[in-house]
Design a binder for this molecule. Structure first.
Ligand code: CA
Length: 162
């Protein structure tokens, strides 16, 4: 069945109007299908670096406060984007605090299989390295969770659904 053009335009406008009730930031993002201001986009994810350095647990909390989660790159391409556009060293949502040697890496609440440990890592040096960072070389190291490292938060890019 063919719908009259003005009806289609009307329906799209109505959908946008409903989605825009969340405020101007969400509205602009929804229409462009892009990240909010000050967030970098790569594929279907938005990223933002926090100012300063934090311990791992605080990094996770600060991201949640912004309606996002601690970053968890799922490929070397994603890691390279982050290093080139944000910063070359940062925490990732990967830890073995619960069971030593069993690393849990999560993209939000989804387990991530991707691993990129530097040769010889994770080393759990002195028995106290339970959190992971991306090193400037692009690979991973386990370090003490109370180390201070830069923080990148991630959130899904807004999607248009009709
Ligand atoms: Ca280590």
């Amino acid at each position: 069945m063919m719908l009259p053009k003005h009806l289609i335009v009307g329906l799209i406008s109505l959908c946008l109007m409903i989605r825009c009730t969340g405020g101007t930031e969400r509205c602009g993002a929804s229409i462009r299908g892009a990240c909010p201001p000050a967030w970098n986009q790569w594929g279907d994810k938005c990223y933002k670096q926090l100012s300063g350095k934090l311990p791992w647990a605080e990094a996770k909390q600060e991201c949640i406060k912004m309606g996002s989660v601690l970053v968890m790159p799922q490929s070397q391409e994603e890691t390279e984007f982050l290093q080139k556009n944000l910063i070359d060293k940062f925490w990732i949502d990967c830890n073995d605090q619960h069971v030593e040697g069993t690393w849990v890496c999560q993209d939000g609440t989804t387990d991530v299989e991707y691993r990129n440990w530097k040769e010889g890592q994770p080393s759990n040096r002195q028995g106290k390295e339970d959190c992971a960072v991306v090193r400037p070389a692009g690979d991973w190291n386990d370090v003490p969770c109370d180390d201070l490292s830069p923080v990148i938060c991630q959130r899904p890019a807004p999607q248009l659904h009709f």
